[in-house]
Design a protein around this ligand. Structure first.
Ligand SMILES: [Zn+2]
Length: 219
């Protein structure tokens, strides 16, 4: 929502969410002009099921689950009950006032089931962290850096670049951001670290702003 707001401000236009997949060769959801906070499912081209990712049982309306797609619109690449690992929550078509009869994914694609990171017993979703960081206009680019301290303790550090001209906001921002992130994660401590402007990689599409350097256990 924060990025969307930034785009609407910059362009003076309505910004709609959509998502597609290489595997289906097109998009499968879109947000209509009523901006209901979710995306309609293009149900005449796809069967979109939502399953509980743990026990594979169907998830009901307003339950988080994994998106499973069957595609009809592209005859040359049919997909049958393809598990996407996308995290979604289906809500009824009546949730939107536009009159379309297609159900929606509230919040669009909310994240990936395999994106979840466990830090000292707390679940951390990179997208949720990004949403909080994007509330700060003074932050230009950032990276979520997960590492292990003295081989025992997992640490999560937000490396960030401050927009040129906003350097004076850093001290207050550092404290407030740490507090906002902790409040959203059961009190988990986030380290907030400033890096020189231009040090972090800048991305355009499907940003990869997560780096996990913890050693992988091998047996
Ligand atoms: Zn609508």
């Amino acid at each position: 929502p924060a990025v969307k707001h930034q785009l609407e401000e910059a362009w003076g236009a309505k910004c709609g969410d959509t998502a597609g997949m290489t595997e289906i060769g097109t998009i499968m959801i879109f947000e209509c002009s009523h901006q209901p906070g979710g995306t309609h499912i293009i149900e005449d081209h796809f069967i979109e099921e939502v399953l509980n990712p743990v026990n594979d049982e169907p998830a009901g309306y307003e339950e988080l689950g994994e998106r499973v797609v069957t595609s009809f619109g592209r005859g040359f690449i049919p997909l049958i009950r393809y598990r996407t690992k996308d995290m979604v929550m289906k809500v009824p078509a009546s949730t939107c006032s536009c009159g379309r009869t297609w159900d929606l994914y509230s919040g669009g694609i909310r994240g990936r089931w395999d994106d979840m990171k466990l830090i000292r017993g707390t679940n951390v979703y990179p997208r949720a962290v990004e949403a909080i960081i994007r509330e700060y206009a003074a932050i230009d680019e950032f990276q979520i850096y997960i590492w292990r301290k003295e081989e025992v303790q997992d640490e999560i550090t937000i490396k960030l670049e401050i927009q040129p001209g906003h350097e004076a906001e850093w001290v207050v921002l550092q404290q407030k951001l740490a507090k906002d992130l902790a409040n959203a994660h059961e009190g988990l401590r986030f380290n907030i670290e400033r890096v020189e402007y231009g040090v972090l990689p800048h991305f355009e599409l499907k940003a990869k702003r997560l780096v996990d350097v913890r050693p992988v256990v091998q047996y």
